[in-house]
Ligand binder design. Sequence first.
Ligand SMILES: Cc1ncc(COP(=O)(O)O)c(C=O)c1O
Length: 375
Amino acid sequence: MKLQQFELERFQSEWEHRVEYNLSESGVEPLRIKDLLDTQELRDRFQDLQLGYSQTNGTIPLREAISYHYHGTTSDQILATSGGAEANFVTTWWLRRENPERNELVFMMPNYMQIGGIWTNLGGKVIPFKLKMDGSKWVPDIKGLKAVVSKKTAAIAICTPNNPTGKILSNEDLRAIVDIANEHEVWIVSDEIYRGAELQDSKAPSMHKLYDRALITSSLSKAYGLPGLRIGWIVCPTPRVALELWTYSDYTTICPAKMSDWLATFALQPDIQAAIEKRTRKVIRGNWAIMEKWIASHSNLMTVVPPEAAAICFIKLKDGINSLDFVLRVRDEKKVLISPGEHFNMPGFIRIGFGSDKEYLEPALQRISELLETY
Ligand SMILES: Cc1ncc(COP(=O)(O)O)c(C=O)c1O
């Protein structure tokens, strides 16, 4: 069987460094090392770091720093990984291998297509669980979920806050998903990488503590603006599960990069973490105001359900506009990169990332406007 390609990532990788404006990113403008290490003493400590291998499941200080943010966990329930991508990979591989009699993955859609793609590539069957656009809201189809989960299901994979819509599943939604999973002893994978990047003040509800067969994946790439560190993690219900997953990550990247482990431990200290999250929300709120105004100025050609979190919005184009053609024209004629709905199995939509500096975002949107004038 030919490997199913991860279209979104490949398209971004191929083009993000060849356009003049990249609005395909879903995180906020990344921080610099000097923003994090803002005293000479910190910089000296960092420079003194010896570049040996790091601990393969993440150093104890890093895992302690992560576990602090998941109340009631200990560091031995955490597996540190190289980015959320490895966290999702290891989790999916483990689920597939440990449940050979359960061939199906019920996958929230639209979604970041990694987990579903890996499941397909490992020979499993992916069944969608839909987030439906209902007027001014995205609504999870809980009834539809109930109808498809069975003893053949290994896991339900959700992403909340959701990529690409920015939808936050409510506590009630999460509990309804848990009830359905529990009935058939099904695992839940909750990719919560955008948690902490909410437009509202309160944090998005988490699957943490709601279910004893839940695995939470996350990273520093989105809500923290530190994607270049490539530090992610899996929060496991028990130390035993973390140990099992670790066996899998021994085969992937050996260990997170030593410098990244150190910087991530620092970024996750409660006061630093709070300051980073504050910055993220400020960027997202300020830029969403720009985005919303821009979308309103093209209301004859597009509509959007406003995101509740994440620096992305999933815009529905007017019927008759081919979203992939549109994205290719924006790329080739205006040198701006955005993502087509086709990469989320949702033709007719485009995803625009608005987390960059205002001075970068505005001229990029202006270029897209120029193209829209031809429609
Ligand atoms: C929902 C989701 N999960 C995981 C990832 C991968 O994150 P990382 O850069 O930490 O590997 C992404 C990246 O866009 C994402 O959107």
